[in-house]
Write a protein that binds this ligand. Sequence first.
Ligand code: ATP
Length: 271
Amino acid sequence: MDFTKVDHIVSQVEKSINETFPFDSKGDLLVGVDLGTAYIVVVVLDQSSNPIACEMEFAQVVKDGLVVDYIGATRIVRKLKEKLEARLLQSLKRAAIAVPPGTGVKDSQTHRYVVEGAGLEVVSILDEPTAANAVLKVNNGVIVDIGGGTTGLSIIKNREVIYTADEATGGTHLSLVLAGNYRVKFEDAEKIKKDPERKKEVLTIVRPVIQKMSAIIAAHIANYDVDAIYLVGGTCCLEGFEDVVEKEVGITTLKPYNPFLVTPLGIAMNC
Ligand code: ATP
């Protein structure tokens, strides 16, 4: 698969964290809100799905896909919305959101209430790997979204989702292993994990966790004819992550540039 177009648009989202791109102020903008275990990300696109602004905050208000701090989550989404509105000089009205695959109706509604409580009408609720596929446009294969607390999978056949699953494992587990190994606090382990200078030693320490994640992927796809794995989600940013998965599962494993921003972008595209 050629990731050139995907990588270009994702890099535009990345740039739009610090820079507001010009847009036609007539008509509503497309907004995607990703309420994650580790980050809350809000992406804004113009009517042609071009990235124009993005804001995010590290937050622990959602756990394994479930909102555990309703007021905190609403406050952060409202703050990010207001920051974006100040940058765009335009109010944001509607948003799409996403939840891990298999999230129950009641829990999905809680995500909706958080975003509506922050002043955005929710027009679409998708599952996270399906949102990612709005960007990737995979015809056949499995999309694996490894976030902070969850690993979501969607098997795609002829552009249709034929199977979804969600497991409570993610980047938080990598950080916990690093915290134990270095005898440091979780927050410091998070910093070590993301330090490009330490990527080799980090990969050595967390390799067993990635192998466990690979075993989870292998078990879910065992009964399907899957010939490629597409990795998204912040945890897959770790350099060499894809090589461990490919070796363990024995299937071609690909990841786009900055897998962290793919799902939030795909959510906004569905607004
Ligand atoms: P979930 O989807 O599980 O609810 P989330 O939406 O917050 O969680 P993401 O935003 O996709 O998940 O990813 C967050 C995770 O990615 C965190 O565990 C974070 O530490 C990890 N992460 C982010 N950047 C990097 C990086 N450069 N290297 C390694 N891990 C990273």
